[in-house]
Design a protein around this ligand. Structure first.
Ligand code: FES
Length: 69
């Protein structure tokens, strides 16, 4: 689906950008033009980007430490 109408950026392009290492809306904007015009798409684009980043690069939570007996 189109997320950014001004620059014809799709959710697929945003997910691909995340897979390629894009990690912020500013970077996404530089790469695709998303949200660099009216900005209406910024909240949704940011949401999709954050979700995609989480899928390709899950946060590194420390493993729970085993309690020594
Ligand atoms: S809808 Fe994305 S900049 Fe206008």
């Amino acid at each position: 689906m189109y997320v950014c109408i001004c620059n014809a950026v799709t959710d697929h392009q945003i997910r691909q950008a995340a897979a390629d290492g894009v990690s912020s809306l500013a970077e996404l904007s530089e790469r695709t033009g998303c949200s660099d015009c009216c900005g209406t798409c910024a909240p949704l684009a940011g949401e999709i980007l954050a979700e995609a980043i989480e899928q390709v690069r899950p946060r590194a939570f420390p493993l729970p430490l085993a309690l020594a007996a």
